[in-house]
Design a protein around this ligand. Sequence first.
Ligand SMILES: Cc1cc2nc3c(=O)[nH]c(=O)nc-3n(C[C@H](O)[C@H](O)[C@H](O)COP(=O)(O)O)c2cc1C
Length: 195
Amino acid sequence: MSATHRPDARAEDVPRDSTLDDASASPGGLPEFQPRELGSDELRQALGRFVTGVTIVTCRDDGGRAVGLTANSFNALSLDPPLVLWSLRSASASIAAFTAASHFAVNVLAADQVELSRRFARPSSAKFDAGEWTDGQGGAPLLAGCVAVFECRRRSHHAAGDHVLFIGEVERIGGSASTPLVYHAGHYRTLSGPQ
Ligand SMILES: Cc1cc2nc3c(=O)[nH]c(=O)nc-3n(C[C@H](O)[C@H](O)[C@H](O)COP(=O)(O)O)c2cc1C
């Protein structure tokens, strides 16, 4: 399933490679891949070419503390019933909270929320000190100013390689902003408009 692959493409994990900065290497501005054995660096770089939005997924741990992280593995799964999915690195400090919580919320970030994305992509006990948060279903924190917010009951979770795949049933949706934050090849981007 593609969603379990996408976290491997996050910028922080991709070692700097000067060839990646060579905008003249191919018409699209990224170097061409030569056929070769699958290596983890190449896999990360190839997966990173799949354009995604950016989310902050949140829940409450069993002590009532807010937990959340930046994730781009979010995806649609089913319309009827309404299911979504995302995946979390098994070694994450947040794994116990998300596997125990009844609910999680997926906050789809707007173009002006890059700093929040950066903040939630690093271990910190003060992640929720920035941004405007309210409690959603099961206490999962909801962020103001997002393009979409999905409040989900955790339906199942499955170990898959070095990640855990979470499937949630959407109970409520929200959102107010219109311009999404975009992530591609290790960089935050914004949409230039319809073609
Ligand atoms: C754009 C982007 C997308 C990310 N997507 C995921 C993801 O889908 N799953 C994941 O486990 N980590 C993902 N990460 C990394 C986590 O945000 C990061 O490891 C964070 O520190 C995890 O929170 P924790 O340390 O509190 O567990 C992503 C990072 C970025 C910048």
